[in-house]
Design a protein around this ligand. Structure first.
Ligand code: MD3
Ligand code: FE
Length: 214
């Protein structure tokens, strides 16, 4: 048996591409801590639909926790230490989330990952995220770790150029993916989320992305 097949069968670890490792269901069993902290963070820094520099309102609602939060407005995309909606610092990244993410990153081959930003995306049915690169972080040598929660979505995983034809990967509740090395600057997006129900968040899909931004 090949090591890749062994990993897939025994640990749910699947290499999507060089640098991109899918850990199916890695966050399953953490629903309580994830729900509790998401609702507390959203109480302090509410989800909002931000405007892109081009003037379009995003269909995805976002908030952040950590030393830095990702924001966009007419002036551009950037990380900020303050929530512009309140003028106050973002809530902290919950300790159990840091442990979960460090364990996932290590399992995926990125030991010692310590994020300073967690972007929380909320998709209602009909919301989508078009193909883009994540380029607002200071150092692309750090991976990004994503946690998918609630209703499933189809993830598009493209190449280093926008025109490269994307693969499609279904991301379901509890799936964790680490994106580093040669995968770090690949284009990616989320197709329109369909109406469905999941006990975690009703008809919503929630995605957490952990980054070392500063
Ligand atoms: C591949 N979020 O917030 S997570 C984003 O599901 C974002 O909400 C999507 O893209 C979501 O920027 C996708 C998966 C992901 C995140 C970052 C990546 C894939 C990535 C960075 C580089 C390559
Ligand atoms: Fe992204």
């Amino acid at each position: 048996m090949t090591m890749d097949l062994f990993d897939t069968l025994e640990t749910g670890k699947e290499r999507l591409a060089p640098g991109a490792v899918l850990l199916r269901g890695f966050a399953a069993g953490q629903d309580a801590t994830l729900q509790e902290h998401i609702s507390r963070i959203a109480g302090q820094a509410p989800f909002r639909q931000m405007v892109t520099p081009g003037g379009f309102r995003m269909s995805v609602a976002m908030t952040s926790c950590g030393d830095l939060g990702w924001i966009t407005d007419r002036r551009g995309y950037r990380y900020s230490p303050m929530d512009p909606a309140s003028g106050r610092p973002w809530p902290r990244i919950p300790e159990p989330w840091l442990e979960l993410v460090a364990a996932a990153a290590a399992e995926a081959g990125f030991p010692g990952f310590v994020p300073d930003a967690c972007l929380i995306n909320r998709y209602v049915p009909g919301a989508r995220m078009s193909l883009h690169q994540d380029r607002d972080e200071r150092d692309y040598n750090h991976p990004i770790v994503s946690v998918s929660l609630g209703v499933p979505a189809v993830f598009q995983f493209g190449g280093e150029r926008r025109k490269d034809r994307p693969l499609r990967v279904r991301l379901a509740h509890g799936d964790v993916v680490a994106w580093g090395g040669p995968a770090r600057l690949r284009y990616h997006g989320i197709l329109t989320v369909k109406s469905a129900h999941h006990p975690f968040a009703g008809s919503d899909r929630i995605n957490l992305t952990f980054r070392k931004a500063g």
